[in-house]
Design a protein around this ligand. Structure first.
Ligand code: UDP
Length: 489
């Protein structure tokens, strides 16, 4: 029999997409809700469960924070994928991407069963599961959308959908302007994945995108991992006529070094060795280079990055995810002698695999971030007060880049010009552009100093937003309060 405390406790279920860039912020979010006395359950698949069973959640548990994990099977084989294909980072072709989406759509019945058993009071589900809105309605509970990016991108997407400026250009390379508030954002069709796919034909991905907007409107509300002062005008614009909460940067809930270093996955480098290396460097002297959890470069592109970093003369930490990871004997993926020179001079640290990103970004020796502009990385860079070199690869990263370079003015673009599909990596940026970008943010100049000061200011605002009384703190409280009232608790 349930005791009174349990019956009166608000219970929220979280259902993230099976990708690190979605699971990590949802894990942080669950911790934030749990810290406010909410019972939280995260639903995931067997092979993704360890992400949530990391030291982080264990240590949260020690602080009597209540996060339960429920596992459902991912129907990989039913969708024509190999057994164990449960995570977006395994996708290397258009074909497997489509099958992955098919498998995602088949999670309805197992999730329904979990909802039936657990009877939560609300479901916070990833934006890429539009069908969860109707499923939640079956149980009479609100579904809230977890939006994976920021308000700026949400506004750009709306403007594109409404005005379709990309339909008035003659080629994929001719720039068009997207107007959002006072900003005029220049893009090309090559930076819009959806159009490239539409040029082919409707498929699982385009059909999924079509259903997203619809489900945003029919859901109870939308949660953003952002903070008001980062993009106030865009937040105001997107909020018009909608229920919206901004509760980020959620990654700032990871306060001690273990939490930061072990977030989601065991790092490929000993955290103490990494800290020792960083401690030996001067403040703001190291460039951190990482392209998130999904991007894998071809060897030819890796060589350009190595050459560019070396030519910049800066100290660096470079996180390398190779396409042919197992082919480690191939001597051609770095310029001759690069690794030895780097090691001997202690000029750089190469991390093959998974880096303790939060811990690195927040170290005082790190002075800038070469980023693919994944929303989490971008926000983590902002939270650490760092200027950036932007190198978008796919998804909404080209929009996020414009927020950094055009709106916030805390970074320079490396010059990546086109969206790259899973598995079709090419050399898109040459070493000279990488050298130039890195030098622009790292070498002292008036422009660099201004960018650094603006970035530092935003970092302080990010931290204030999640502290008691800050805008994200308050928004989270009012969301919890509203959901309690909704359930009559
Ligand atoms: N991340 C990390 N170590 C790595 C690579 C990524 O900790 O070596 C984390 C990073 O801190 C971020 C997330 O993984 O929280 C990646 O999300 P993002 O939205 O930046 O990019 P995606 O992986 O979705 O492209």
């Amino acid at each position: 029999m349930m005791n009174m405390t349990e019956t009166n406790q608000l219970h929220i279920m979280f259902f993230p997409l099976m990708a690190k860039g979605h699971m990590l912020p949802i894990m942080d979010m669950a911790k934030l809700f749990a810290a406010r006395g909410v019972k939280t359950t995260i639903v995931t698949t067997p092979l993704n469960a360890p992400v949530f069973f990391s030291k982080t959640t264990q240590s949260s548990k020690n602080r009597s924070i209540n996060i339960a994990i429920k596992v459902l099977n991912f129907p990989a084989e039913e969708a024509g994928l190999p057994q164990g294909f449960e995570s977006l980072d395994l996708i290397t072709s258009h074909e497997t991407e489509m099958k992955f989406i098919t498998a995602m759509n088949r999670l309805q019945q197992p999730l329904e069963q979990i909802l039936e058993e657990s009877r939560p009071n609300a479901l916070i589900a990833d934006m890429f599961f539009p069908w969860t809105t109707n499923l939640a309605a079956k149980f009479g509970i609100p579904r809230l959308v977890f939006y994976g990016s920021g308000f700026f991108t949400a506004c750009i997407t709306e403007s594109l959908n409404k005005h379709k400026p990309h339909e008035h250009v003659n080629s994929d390379t001719e720039p068009f302007i997207v107007r959002v508030l006072a900003h005029q954002i220049k893009l090309t069709r090559l930076q819009l994945a959806r159009l490239r796919l539409e040029n082919e034909q409707s498929n699982e991905f385009t059909r999924l995108l079509d259903r997203l907007d619809e489900s945003f409107e029919s859901s109870y509300g939308v949660i953003f991992n952002s903070f008001y002062k980062l993009e106030p005008a865009f937040a105001d614009q997107y909020k018009q006529g909608r229920k919206v909460w901004h509760i980020g940067p959620v990654s700032l809930c990871n306060r001690d070094d273990d939490d930061k270093a072990q977030r989601g996955k065991e790092a490929s480098i000993d955290q103490h060795d990494c800290l020792k290396w960083l401690d030996s460097k001067k403040p703001n002297s190291v460039v951190y280079v990482c392209f998130g959890s999904l991007t894998q470069f071809r060897d030819s592109q890796l060589i350009e990055i190595a050459k560019g970093l070396e030519a910049s003369g800066q100290e660096f930490i470079w996180v390398v995810r190779r396409e042919n990871e197992e082919d480690d004997n191939n001597p051609n993926w770095m310029p001759k002698g690069f690794e030895e020179r780097t090691r001997e001079s202690e000029k750089g640290l190469i991390i093959r695999g998974w880096a303790p990103q939060l811990m690195i970004l927040e170290h005082e020796s790190v002075g800038s971030f070469v980023t693919h502009c994944g929303w989490n990385s971008l926000l983590e860079g902002v939270s650490a007060g760092l200027p950036m070199v932007t190198w978008p690869i796919f998804a909404e990263q080209f929009f996020n880049e414009k927020l950094v370079t055009n709106v916030l003015k805390i970074g320079v673009a490396v010059g990546a010009e086109e969206w790259v599909q899973f598995g079709e990596q090419r050399v898109v940026v040459g070493w000279e552009a990488i050298e130039k970008g890195v030098r622009k943010v790292m070498v002292v100049s008036e422009e660099a100093e201004e960018m650094r000061n603006r970035a530092r200011g935003l970092g302080e605002m990010a931290k204030r937003a999640v502290e008691e009384g800050g805008s994200s703190w308050n928004d989270l409280n009012s969301l919890v309060e509203e959901l309690r009232l909704f359930r009559g608790l």
